[in-house]
Design a protein around this ligand. Structure first.
Ligand SMILES: Cc1cc2nc3c(=O)[nH]c(=O)nc-3n(C[C@H](O)[C@H](O)[C@H](O)COP(=O)(O)OP(=O)(O)OC[C@H]3O[C@@H](n4cnc5c(N)ncnc54)[C@H](O)[C@@H]3O)c2cc1C
Length: 323
């Protein structure tokens, strides 16, 4: 029986797995097709792709800056140059911190951390139970697996559903509200704008990234990732599955209206709804560890709303486990 089962291959799961793998045997499970979680990357063609979750990393803490600088040296991540246009009147532009993206996609960091780790994808954990200090885990493919310790890194509502019988801590009774986001991946005939991104001041459209400007691929098309505001997404997310095209068209029309870019033929549209995108109110603990039943949790929402928050939460959990 292996020591640890880690649920989730986003930054939190991949970071804790990377640290614990130096001392323990472990497996990582994810219900998605590949690594990265909310910092995933979606292929359009063989080489062209969209970062349809996390847009860029802007390291703030000294510890995380050091980690990212090391990954720049290793060519896992890089700076995202170009013209980033800030149109939001309600927020201050963060000019102090660099915009960092994955070299091949924004899931590059998770992929790098999980390089030598056994990962099982397309497999959802649906039920957990602890008998005689052993975790019995039931997965969506009908399999049952046993581990000495369990670590969950899911968004808060999913973690609560799985583990509220076992987590006896005040945070589990808190209302951690995670905002939604609607992301549209749009491919148009080429205009080749000299722009990398837009940060809008609008009720509906929040952000647009020109994927070609990340210099990961050459394309005959322009690839744009459009992301809604949280406010609008929270209102429409529950019916997004049946209104995919209509919602995508609302964001696309907004985009052309606000940017004044020439509207070339749109050849591909994909709408991805994130029900649990981010939590803006951090908790008063950075991670959770119960050493008697060996159950842990780490995720961005403990610390904040960004990738760095997930990394800090995983680091904190690793220290608790070491004690
Ligand atoms: C649209 C959007 C834009 C964002 N923009 C930015 C940005 O610009 N900068 C920034 O720093 N951050 C941004 N973020 C936030 C950033 O993506 C997250 O903070 C970070 O990716 C969270 O990582 P995590 O590992 O904690 O969680 P996740 O990445 O959500 O990882 C959890 C993983 O667990 C898996 N999982 C869940 N339940 C189960 C289960 N039962 N069984 C198996 N697997 C399961 C999921 O599939 C997922 O892969 C953005 C997020 C979104 C959605």
């Amino acid at each position: 029986m292996k020591d640890f089962c880690i649920i989730g291959s986003g930054i939190s799961g991949s970071t804790i797995a990377h640290i614990l793998s130096k001392k323990y045997s472990l497996d990582v499970y994810d219900k998605a097709r590949g690594a990265g979680g909310r910092s995933s990357n979606k292929k359009f063609n063989q080489s062209e792709s969209f970062d349809h979750g996390l847009q860029y990393i802007s390291p703030k803490s000294t510890q995380f800056k050091r980690f990212i600088n090391n990954l720049i040296t290793k060519k896992i991540v890089k700076k995202w140059p170009g013209k980033h246009i800030f149109l939001n009147k309600d927020k201050k532009e963060d000019k102090k911190h660099a915009k960092i993206i994955g070299n091949k996609g924004n899931n590059s960091v998770s992929k790098y951390l999980l390089k030598n780790i056994n990962c099982i994808f397309n497999t959802e954990l649906i039920k957990i139970s602890n008998k005689d200090k052993i975790w019995e885990l039931n997965f969506s493919d009908g399999t049952k697996k046993f581990y000495k310790s369990l670590i969950l890194t899911c968004p808060f509502p999913q973690l609560k559903k799985l583990s509220k019988k076992y987590i006896k801590h005040s945070f589990i009774n808190k209302k951690v509200k995670m905002d939604a986001n609607i992301t549209v991946m749009m491919v148009t005939k080429k205009v080749k704008p000299n722009i990398s991104s837009y940060f809008f001041s609008d009720e509906i459209l929040g952000w647009a990234a020109y994927e070609n400007s990340k210099k990961r691929f050459k394309s005959d098309y322009d690839l744009w990732t459009l992301q809604s505001t949280y406010k609008w997404a929270n209102k429409v997310i529950n019916k997004n599955k049946i209104n995919k095209l209509d919602n995508a068209k609302i964001l696309i029309n907004k985009f052309f209206e606000l940017t004044n870019l020439k509207k070339n033929k749109v050849v591909h549209i994909q709408n991805h709804g994130w029900k649990y995108s981010s939590n803006s109110k951090p908790l008063n603990i950075k991670s959770y560890w119960n050493s008697s039943i060996r159950l842990g949790a780490c995720a961005d929402w403990f610390v904040g709303s960004r990738l760095e928050s997930g990394w800090l939460s995983a680091k904190d959990l690793s220290l608790k486990i070491k004690k």
